[in-house]
Design a protein around this ligand. Structure first.
Ligand code: BT5
Length: 325
């Protein structure tokens, strides 16, 4: 019933829907409508109530990342058709891993806040309440495990494409950062559970800073948010765009081994192709020239002895000569 109420309010967005009308089409008493409205408000829906006019949903909810607000417009076959939403959790990736075997392929875990958000190799990901998008997608593709790292590139391409659809220009710092103005607005953490020749599941974690006004001192030099860069975009719209772009590119890859569009996006948006960069691996930092991203999604570089090499995404970090990029 609550879903139907939200749907009706969304259909009539911007206008008031009278309690009388709601109780007529939903066939419940006006007292029951009032009770539902109380519950929805307590869940964070921004419902304006005016005597004799009725109820109005302001600003497509308060931009909570619930199943109701996302599924209303989501046009995907199975990515995000099942959404598990939390007000707070330790890490959406950790939760996704716990439930991956029993949940459906394409299930999305989203939390308004993470108390132990994770970056790569034990690093921390700051994930304050309602400031960004902290979500993980559970995937069970029928591909060999060696093909899994490419999913990080698909995630990066879909975030860049989604933001681009919403008027935000970003660049991609291979393999897992999305950058605006030389600062990190988004990071990706891909985790894999596999046998030698079979994937049990992949958890694809995405963190995107949307509304953060101020970052803590440790990351304020390298982190930014869409808001700080002058973009006021709804989190719901971003999630919908990412899930749709992701599904399209992901299906091209797992069903047809098609990588061209993904690689085109990664190359076109690349923050590092053609630049001198530092590659940090196993505690060593080498200055190299970044030449390209090849057809396997690996980074092609030329080292200081003019030898051309390929780097796989794995656990390498990239730094710019004059800072983060
Ligand atoms: C990443 O790691 O960039 C992967 C981040 C993935 C986060 C998502 S949120 C949903 C899902 N659930 C999780 O628990 N994680 C995933 P890495 O490349 O290792 O970068 C981590 C580094 O970025 C940290 O060491 C900080 O320097 C910096 N950092 C931390 N929080 C940040 C933030 N909110 N914005 C920008 N930079 C941040």
């Amino acid at each position: 019933m609550r879903d139907k109420i939200i749907e009706t309010l969304l259909d009539n967005r911007g206008n008031f829907t009278s309690g009388e009308y709601l109780s007529k089409i939903l066939k419940i008493s006006s007292e029951a409508i009032e009770e539902y409205m109380k519950v929805l408000k307590s869940e964070g829906y921004n419902i304006e109530e005016v005597n004799r006019k009725g109820y109005k949903l302001v600003d497509n909810t308060t931009d909570l990342l619930t199943y109701d607000s996302i599924s209303y417009k989501l046009d995907t076959k199975y990515i995000g058709r099942n959404i598990i939403h939390f007000e707070t959790i330790d890490s959406t990736n950790d939760y996704a891993k716990k439930v991956a075997l029993q949940e459906k392929d394409g299930t999305v875990i989203i939390s308004e806040e993470q108390t132990k958000g994770k970056g790569r190799i034990g690093r921390q990901w700051v994930s304050k309440s309602r400031e960004g998008i902290w979500m993980s997608i559970i995937l069970k593709p029928n591909i060999i495990p060696q093909k899994a790292p490419f999913l990080t590139l698909i995630a990066g391409a879909s975030i860049a494409k989604a933001l681009n659809n919403l008027g935000v220009e970003t660049s991609i710092k291979w393999p897992n950062d999305i950058i605006i103005n030389n600062k990190k607005v988004s990071g990706i953490l891909t985790e894999l559970s596999a046998e030698i020749d079979k994937i049990n599941y992949i958890v694809l974690g995405m963190g995107i800073n949307v509304k953060t006004i101020e970052f803590s001192q440790e990351i304020s030099d390298i982190a930014t948010s869409l808001y700080k860069e002058g973009h006021k975009v709804s989190r719901v719209d971003i999630v919908i765009n990412i899930l749709e772009e992701f599904e399209r590119l992901y299906l091209q890859y797992i069903n047809h081994d098609l990588k061209n569009e993904i690689l085109d996006i990664c190359r076109k948006h690349s923050a590092i192709i053609g630049k001198d960069i530092y590659v940090i691996m196993n505690g060593e930092k080498d200055l190299v020239k970044c030449l390209d991203i090849n057809k396997d999604g690996n980074l092609v570089i030329k080292n200081n002895e003019n030898v051309i090499k390929e780097i796989m995404s794995g656990e390498v970090s990239i730094r710019g000569v004059e800072g983060y990029v």
